[in-house]
Design a binder for this molecule. Structure first.
Ligand code: GP9
Ligand code: MN
Length: 661
């Protein structure tokens, strides 16, 4: 025993020992905390490996600072740095216990309620055993204070110090490249804060978040209140006067948006080779059933923020960004979004989505958009049979949403985001009897099955709305958020569409997504007006009888006679009712053939102006300088999705028939 102690003692007094011991203890502690304190959704061997490795580079990088110095200072710095890092990790643990999320720069500095929410409850979130989060700090502290380890008198050799930092950087680079292989575009798109922590660690996440935040603040600081003037003139002069046939026809009614995950228009009225329809219910709506209008020339305009970009356009009539998801990058801007507009007119506002609230930074952005309530996965039965990839399958999701919906104060403005028709579209056997396609590509084949499932889910939902007595006093807007089948599947898509190949022109046409608008008492049918996601907010506002002439918006009312049929995309392409301008080449829509490039010029100039102005609004956070008359921005500090939302599912729902129908 005594011998062992001497050996240990001798080892600890080697020049590099205390540093190495601190690094290893800290590394293992962090890994243990990841495993036990956060639910990071680690689901493959690579992710397991990265979770284990990722604390190492941070440990070497930060603790490495200590070894630039010698003697007692080196020891004190090791303890101090270890303490700061441990404290940061512990702060995240406590924050996570309450918010199920990680601390970000903005939640700390902005008075948006989050940090305030914690306030007095911090103590109640702390547990007796929490000192263990500092176990490594305490061990190293003990070794130093009780002089088990003596200070190293001589300075480390420069090359060794260098090696420490180079190893930290090398390990980080390998970590990042493996992470990007497992999850492409991790840093440029973020997805969910959980993902960055899972792949790169809590410390790297803090660095990443600080850089993003600094960049955002710099863009904002450069903006000036006069920057909004030209933009205001532009949007005002491009305002499309509402069509009296539709204006205010939905005044005072409820609103339900349904985001149809990855649904493309080609599937509407498509028949499988044996003649089976894929979406029989939606097909019926295209004939005007249920007072529904179908827009067959409607396009998604999303960028890398996919679903969230679509949501952004629908509610702000601004374009998403060409780089990075606007939900992630500009979640704290001032907006004048539809939920906020309706909320101050007495509407209750609620969003429903069967995935964790932090995905696409929704929990922050929804507050800025003015959503009072956000029902995320916490409110749903996320059992294995109800979920696949990201979260809830559409049928149980819509079923479980109903009793919340019927319990909202009317009129309400709500948004339901479907999820199960998501890449790669494979389904559980028990959920479908629909035969997959046979086009030589499993993703494409399964898409039909999964879209059919969504169609059934919506049919059921429509019937539930009728049973609950909501259907005749609710505007329902359903839209495909973005494409489901990327260009990588064009070989199979050519077979699906009976073409030899998919040309760039065809590909642009495939960006059509369905838009259905159910307006009680208004006759529906299929219309061929061209439009895109930015056009929906002005359309809805007209239906609700709200004049948006003084709002900054880049779309125009789809029902207006003055509606502008131009659809700019974030990759620089654009489509009008006459032309498709793809990679600078102008095609005539009616023939699909190339035509005179000069014909596209005026449209290109207009599209560029729209995108540039929209970017200016977002990067400069310009809406903080301007408020349309009678608009009051949401009071974000009053919105809280974390504690009980004081709403339960309607306990009477389904028991008694609310209608006499
Ligand atoms: C995730 C859901 C799907 O919550 O919105 O995201 P997507 O990949 O379609 O943007
Ligand atoms: Mn989506």
């Amino acid at each position: 025993m005594k011998h062992l102690l001497t050996v240990g003692h001798r080892f600890l007094n080697k020049k590099y020992a205390l540093f190495l011991l601190t690094v290893v203890l800290f590394w293992l502690k962090t890994y243990f905390v990841y495993l036990t304190q956060f639910s990071l959704g680690v689901n493959d061997k690579m992710q397991q490996f990265l979770l284990f490795v990722n604390p190492l580079s941070s440990a070497l990088l930060f603790l490495g600072i200590a070894v630039i110095f010698k003697g007692r200072l080196q020891q004190s710095l090791l303890i101090f740095i270890n303490f700061i890092l441990s404290f940061w990790l512990y702060a995240n643990v406590v924050y996570y216990r309450f918010f199920n999320d990680f601390i970000t720069f903005s939640t700390m500095t902005q008075s948006t309620g989050n940090a305030g929410d914690l306030g007095g409850s911090v103590l109640s979130l702390m547990k007796v055993y929490d000192f263990l989060f500092f176990a490594d700090t305490l061990i190293v502290f003990g070794l130093v204070v009780f002089k088990v380890v003596k200070p190293v008198a001589e300075r480390w050799n420069i090359r060794t110090i260098f090696t420490v930092f180079v190893s930290a950087i090398m390990i980080f680079i390998v970590n990042l490249s493996l992470a990007e292989t497992d999850r492409p575009e991790l840093l440029s798109r973020t997805f969910d804060r959980n993902y960055i922590v899972k792949y790169l660690g809590a410390y790297n996440f803090a660095i990443y978040d600080t850089i993003q935040n600094a960049r955002s603040n710099a863009q904002r600081a450069m903006a000036d209140s006069s920057d909004i003037n030209d933009i205001q003139n532009f949007t005002k002069s491009n305002f499309a006067e509402p069509n009296p046939k539709y204006y205010a026809k939905g005044k005072g009614m409820n609103v339900i948006y349904i985001s149809l995950e990855s649904l493309q228009s080609f599937i509407i009225n498509y028949k499988m080779p044996d003649g089976t329809e894929v979406t029989p219910f939606l097909n019926k709506l295209t004939t005007g059933a249920d007072n529904t209008t179908y827009f067959k020339n409607f396009f998604h305009q999303t960028g890398s923020g996919k679903t969230s970009d679509a949501e952004f356009m629908m509610e702000n009539s601004l374009f998403p960004l060409s780089q990075g998801p606007v939900f992630q990058m500009k979640g704290f801007n001032t907006y004048q979004a539809a939920p906020a507009i309706m909320n101050q007119r007495g509407y209750e506002t609620a969003a429903f989505h069967g995935n964790v609230k932090s995905f696409w930074n929704r929990d922050q952005m929804y507050k800025s958009l003015g959503y009072e309530r956000f029902f995320d996965s916490k409110y749903y039965d996320m059992s294995a049979e109800n979920t696949k990839n990201y979260g809830m399958k559409d049928k149980p999701f819509l079923k479980e949403t109903m009793p919340y919906l019927t319990n909202l104060k009317q009129p309400f403005y709500s948004k339901l985001i479907l999820l199960s028709n998501h890449f790669p579209f494979g389904m559980d056997k028990e959920d479908t009897t629909f035969q997959p396609g046979n086009f030589g590509d499993n993703v494409v084949n399964n898409y039909f099955q999964s879209a059919n499932y969504m169609d059934q889910a919506i049919e059921q939902f429509f019937s539930d709305l009728k049973k609950a007595g909501l259907f005749d006093k609710t505007i329902v807007i359903m839209y495909g958020d973005h494409y489901g089948l990327s260009e990588n599947h064009n070989d199979a898509m050519a077979k699906v569409l009976g073409k030899d190949q998919i040309t760039p022109f065809d590909n642009a046409q495939l960006q059509r997504v369905p838009l259905f608008i159910h307006i009680p008492k208004i006759a529906g049918g299929t219309v061929s007006t061209y439009g895109g996601e930015v056009d929906v907010r002005p359309t809805l506002m007209s239906l609700l009888g709200i004049n948006t002439k003084n709002y900054i918006q880049f779309g125009t009312d789809l029902f207006s006679k003055q509606h502008r049929q131009i659809i700019p995309f974030r990759n620089g392409d654009l489509i009008t009712n006459k032309y498709s301008i793809i990679g600078g080449v102008v095609y005539d829509n009616s023939t699909g053939n190339k035509t005179d490039a000069s014909l596209g010029k005026p449209y290109e100039a207009l599209a560029k102006k729209m995108l540039d102005y929209s970017d200016k609004v977002i990067y400069g956070d310009l809406l903080r300088f301007y408020q349309p008359k009678a608009f009051v921005p949401p009071d974000i500090s009053k919105i809280n999705y974390n504690t009980d939302q004081k709403i339960l599912p309607d306990s009477n729902y389904g028991k008694t028939s609310k209608t006499s129908k």
